[in-house]
Design a protein around this ligand. Structure first.
Ligand code: COA
Length: 158
């Protein structure tokens, strides 16, 4: 069984993430969407809230599960027999950042490959901070996040 992980802070999950998760689910038998800590970021949603939103957002996508972990991604990958770390790439600046992480993860967990999937052009400008900002000022985020979590995100951030 080929297992992959889609890691991120998901603060909150966006349509851009969903696009990558769906395409990863076509390539692997099992995909875990993993809420991990980026020590450089202060998140607005708690890990539990982020997992709950992701669980609703991935309803109906076969072979996808949700988990959270506070530690090194490489350790999670080794502990769970995962063979691929899937990342979405929106731009060359994403690549610079992701390339460095991929090399570090390769050194820490040599049995796992990082696989880059190019973002759908429609979602290239979408980011979690953009969504947080729009919702905080009372804007409509329904074009940027899955329909079944719009209300919860807008209510929570307004
Ligand atoms: N479409 C749209 N937006 C996307 C996207 C896509 N396909 N992919 C990412 N984004 C956005 C996110 O919304 C996020 O936006 P924000 O900066 O406004 O919050 C941004 O791009 C970066 O997201 P993400 O890929 O989740 O990166 P991150 O920096 O938040 O998370 C971790 C990186 C959590 C995976 C990384 O820090 C990690 O592995 N941490 C665990 C500790 C560890 O192992 N550290 C060593 C790593 S070598």
């Amino acid at each position: 069984m080929k297992k992959a992980v889609c890691p991120g802070s998901f603060d909150p999950i966006t349509n851009g993430h969903i696009d990558i998760i769906k395409r990863a689910a076509e390539l692997f038998d099992e995909v875990t969407v993993l809420v991990v800590t980026n020590p450089d970021k202060k998140c607005v949603f708690s890990p539990e809230e982020r997992c709950r939103l992701i669980e609703k957002a991935v309803e109906g996508i076969n072979g996808v599960k949700v988990d959270s972990f506070s530690g090194l991604l490489a350790d999670y990958v080794k502990q769970n027999g995962i063979s691929a770390i899937v990342k979405g790439i929106r731009s060359s600046s994403d690549f610079e950042y992701e390339f460095q992480m991929a090399l570090a993860n390769r050194s820490l967990a040599p049995n796992a490959e990082t696989v880059f999937i190019t973002a759908d052009p429609q979602n290239m400008y979408v980011s979690s901070s953009l969504i947080r900002q729009i919702a905080a000022f009372g804007g409509n985020v329904s074009d940027f996040v899955p329909k079944n979590i719009v209300e919860e995100i807008e209510k929570r951030l307004k």
